[in-house]
Design a protein around this ligand. Sequence first.
Ligand code: ATP
Ligand code: MG
Length: 285
Amino acid sequence: MSEIPQSNLALDVRVAIKRFDTRGIHIPLPWSRKKQDDKRVVALDDLSFTVARGQVFGIVGSNGCGKSTLVRIISTLLYPDGGSISVFGHDVVKESETVRRLINRVSVEASFFRKLSPLENLMFSGQTYGLDRETTAARTFAILARLGIDEEQVLRPLEQMSRGMQQKVAVARGFLTSPIVLLLDEPTTGLDPASKRQVQEFIMELHAEHDATVLLATHDMAEAEKLCDQISIMAGGKIVASGTLPELLREAGLTDAGHGLEDVFLQLVGHALDEEPEDKKADDA
Ligand SMILES: Nc1ncnc2c1ncn2[C@@H]1O[C@H](COP(=O)(O)OP(=O)(O)OP(=O)(O)O)[C@@H](O)[C@H]1O
Ligand SMILES: [Mg+2]
């Protein structure tokens, strides 16, 4: 991939490292011959990639490959153990406040006040981001109208809405603060095909309107093919290949028509879209 000029560099992730200590509390059981597990999980392992302004950039990988960890670190919710990560030149650790103003995140299980209505949830969210009441109200009404939520639903508790609709409200909330980088962590996982398509279309519409850069972490290959300009394949906490779909197909030697991202993934990563293999879990050094 060609180098992105600094002024156009939305996300710069350089040799990011994140380990989790999974030892926990060890209570030896009288009948157990097992020693305490001395294991650490290496969730991000010297992971590097760059995202240009305005791109919809996909990170695809199996369950447990480290996608959410990466998204949490970029969102300033977790500290990395090594490397440097910046959003438009601002370091996520040293300038976390600035980064938080530039980004927003939509996760697979969006957290809401479920007894409150979509209107109340979005009003609350906008104001916690420092938007004034009038601006928040105007944007909230405009964005909820776009979702096709009728007046009655806007005022009813969110828990009464379908999962698909709730996820659309989550995406709407993600764009409410006009983030210049939007982080989407499995935004359509668990939705039926129609709801999935609606949420995907909504993401693309809002992306086009807001001039935002989108990082989409997903294990849904079809979704990445459909939405992303650039895709990085992640496995074992590393990026194993990056490029546009045609570039990835070439890299995997899949030049026949009819091949897609899933074939590239299986070719380059070598295991099906299931849990990461156990040998990724490194013994404590
Ligand atoms: N807080 C934590 N404590 C210990 N281990 C963790 C923690 N968070 C994540 N991990 C481990 O780090 C690895 C990467 O997890 P992560 O949730 O980032 O993967 P993922 O790609 O988002 O998976 P999924 O597709 O299932 O959401 C996994 O082995 C996971 O068990
Ligand atoms: Mg995840």
